[in-house]
Design a protein around this ligand. Structure first.
Ligand code: NAX
Length: 366
């Protein structure tokens, strides 16, 4: 049996977490041989609800659930963690402007970035879920000078999974037979769900769907799916978001399927002409806790325009919080090279300068 890993979850008594924690404790995220310690963090007034949730987790008698600890502050909650799932965020209230939302979350994620820097394991891997997820990830990362920006990611896997699920429904295929879907950009309605390299049973998707349906129905549907769910349910996506968190972390640590691409919000290194220094969703492959941007995908002029629209929104978000970003981490966020993040550059067909070299194949030592 492996040594347990420490996983911190913020917003732990919230709706996403209510669905997520049971999946983590049952081994769905990191495998059936990986014990977990859950360090659950909530606002002080939600601690009683959190205690109830912890009792339920205990009552499931999960063999892999080593310990649960409850915290009303991130400084304690992040102590020695290997993983941080940052779900809690300030929701948009009535009459609140977008810039107010960005600012109030900036406070939360500044504190969390600092707490990760000071209290987490040096190798901590961070997933930001709380919205605006991409810019919150940037704020946390910029406030953690001792950590590499490559340790921070933002969730766009829900959008990725939505694209697969809705395409499966449209084509009659099983989602498992759909590959190489890509979400570019922001987790917002400007995101670009790209099917140009997607396949169904190894055949290009674009040859099997109507271009008009793709542009006029599919893309807006993915972009506004979150709102559609709120309108129908009265509350936002929770179970599907929890599944996306599991998939994101699972693939990051245990690897993507051979030939598969997944979407992750990560610090742009300038790939595909996207401005450096923002957290942008790219096509990636993962292996043993590393991820590489899949390079060399064909981008048409139309796609490039779509990618630029969502890039522009992220640059605007960054500009709105720029005065809150510490200047001393500017350089590290402008100069993240692919090498630092991955060691190798992979191309769309799986080859690359280092294609012959083997990855590290030992189990990760915690
Ligand atoms: P809930 O309102 O059900 O739960 C949020 C919980 O976070 C609350 O219990 C609250 O007390 C807690 N919280 C707030 N600030 C905190 C802080 N500073 N420290 C610790 N806990 C804190 O929301 P839920 O439905 O769980 O959604 C959580 C976040 O995920 C929201 O920001 C939401 O917009 C975002 N989402 C992001 C998605 C993505 O794909 N990136 C998809 C799903 C979701 O919309």
């Amino acid at each position: 049996m492996r040594r347990p890993v420490r996983i911190a979850v913020t917003g732990a008594a919230g709706a996403i977490s209510n669905n997520l924690l049971f999946k983590i404790a049952s081994g769905e995220m990191f495998g059936k041989d990986q014990p977990v310690i859950l360090q659950l963090i909530e606002m002080p007034d939600r601690m009683e609800a959190l205690r109830g949730l912890a009792m339920e987790l205990e009552d499931c008698a999960y063999p892999l659930l080593h310990t649960i600890t409850l915290h009303d502050n991130v400084e304690d909650g992040f102590n020695n963690i290997h993983y941080a799932l940052l779900i809690g965020a300030r929701p948009r209230g009535p009459g609140m402007e977008r810039s107010d939302l960005l600012e109030s979350n900036a406070e939360i994620f500044t504190r969390q970035g600092k707490a990760l820097n000071d209290h987490a394991n040096r190798d901590v891997k961070v997933l930001v879920v709380g919205n605006p997820a991409n810019t919150n990830a940037l704020i946390a990362s910029r406030n953690a000078p001792k950590l590499s920006p490559s340790q921070f990611t933002a969730l766009t896997r829900l959008d990725h999974n939505r694209a697969k699920g809705i395409l499966a429904n449209h084509t009659g295929a099983n989602p498992k037979d759909i590959s190489r879907v890509v979400i570019w950009g922001n987790h917002s309605s400007t995101q670009f769900p790209d099917l140009h390299q997607a396949t169904v049973l190894d055949e290009p998707v674009m040859g099997q769907i109507d271009e008009h349906w793709y542009r006029e129905v599919f893309i807006p549907k993915i972009q506004t799916r979150g709102g559609e769910i709120i309108a129908a349910r009265g509350v936002s996506s929770a179970a599907s978001a929890a599944q996306a968190v599991v998939d994101h972390m699972h693939d990051w640590m245990l690897g993507t399927q051979p030939g598969e691409i997944v979407s992750m919000g990560i610090l742009s290194d300038g790939s595909y002409g996207i401005e450096k220094g923002i957290f942008y969703s790219f096509p990636v492959r993962c292996d043993y806790g590393r991820y590489q941007i899949v390079r060399g995908l064909d981008i048409s002029d139309w796609s490039r325009e779509m990618m630029k629209v969502t890039e522009a929104e992220l640059l605007e978000e960054k500009a709105a919080v720029n005065h809150l970003l510490p200047p001393e981490t500017e350089a590290s966020h402008q100069n993240l090279s692919i090498c630092l993040r991955s060691g190798v550059t992979l191309y769309a067909d799986g080859t690359g300068p280092d294609a012959a070299s083997k990855y590290l194949t030992t189990n990760r030592v915690m």
